[in-house]
Design a protein around this ligand. Structure first.
Ligand SMILES: Nc1ncnc2c1ncn2[C@@H]1O[C@H](COP(=O)(O)OP(=O)(O)OP(=O)(O)O)[C@@H](O)[C@H]1O
Ligand SMILES: [Mg+2]
Length: 252
């Protein structure tokens, strides 16, 4: 199944074309990274897909249906989740309460149907939340106040919050920004683990090439808003157009 598909997706800011007729398809279970130099249009692309920005023209299909014109919360309910949003954590609540709220917020799952009519719905939501906390390694911290977690664990909780909505696809824009090398390593391991365990489909924007090559099934390279290369990590690494975009044509 194709989870996400864009057709000639374009965003112009005045005279600047930030995203230029991008065709992209991501299949169920695929981990795709979007890379490119500063200003290439990566964040703009993510903002179009998550419906924080309206395209100038072009189409966005999520699980086969057009989402152009939808509100951001509607696409979340359809199963698209974005991690690493600032302020996704409620600092004064416990780790578990944060996961429970996230599980409740997305209403596309079957057990959430008629949620308020089921008297044992809370244990069910808690069960989902606890499973997610186990998969991100925070189950033992579930009673802790979210605010008391260290930086690395807060980022793990943010991933947990995104996963608690049981998304069909997870979007991440520079998830390791601001992390220590150690925290970066454990976050990368976590994403790989969760992908394996949950057959997670993701779209990742990341500058660190080591991470990108490690984590991706496929890499899409943007430059000045347009896709200039696409393929496996090996294919992209050896692509002259990519070396040109990154190195300005300087050969090593
Ligand atoms: N709201 C906006 N109004 C006007 N121009 C914008 C806006 N948002 C982005 N741009 C411009 O669009 C282009 C693409 O920006 P974008 O933030 O998508 O790049 P990026 O690939 O995410 O870059 P970075 O790697 O630095 O995060 C840039 O030239 C940027 O200045
Ligand atoms: Mg960006």
């Amino acid at each position: 199944m194709t989870v996400l598909e864009t057709e000639r997706l374009t965003k112009q800011f005045g005279g600047l074309t930030a995203v230029d007729e991008v065709d992209l398809a991501i299949e169920q279970g695929e981990g795709v990274s979007l890379i490119g130099p500063n200003g290439a249009g990566k964040s703009t692309f993510i903002n179009l897909v998550t419906r924080r920005l309206d395209p100038s023209y072009g189409e966005i299909l999520f699980k086969g249906d057009s989402i152009v014109g939808m509100e951001p919360h509607q696409v979340v309910q359809l199963g698209m989740s974005k991690s690493f949003q600032t302020a996704s954590i409620f600092p004064e609540l416990t780790v578990e309460e944060n996961a429970v709220i996230a599980a409740l917020a997305a209403e596309h799952g079957s057990f959430r149907f008629n949620f308020f009519r089921h008297e044992n719905a809370y244990p069910e939501v808690t069960r989902v939340a606890d499973e997610v906390l186990k998969s991100v390694g925070l189950y033992d911290e579930r009673e802790s106040q979210a605010d008391s977690l260290d930086y690395g664990n807060k980022r793990r909780l943010e991933i947990g919050i995104a996963l608690a909505a049981e998304p069909d696809m997870l979007l991440m824009d520079e998830p390791t920004a601001g992390m220590s090398p150690e925290e970066t390593k454990s976050t990368v391991e976590l994403i790989k683990e969760v992908k394996r365990e949950l057959d997670l489909t993701f779209l990742l924007v990341e500058h660190d090439m080591e991470i990108v090559f490690d984590i991706s099934d496929r890499i899409v390279v943007l430059n000045r808003g347009a896709v200039i290369a696409e393929g496996t990590p090996e294919e992209v690494q050896n692509d002259p157009a990519v070396q040109e975009a990154y190195l300005g044509g300087v050969e090593e």
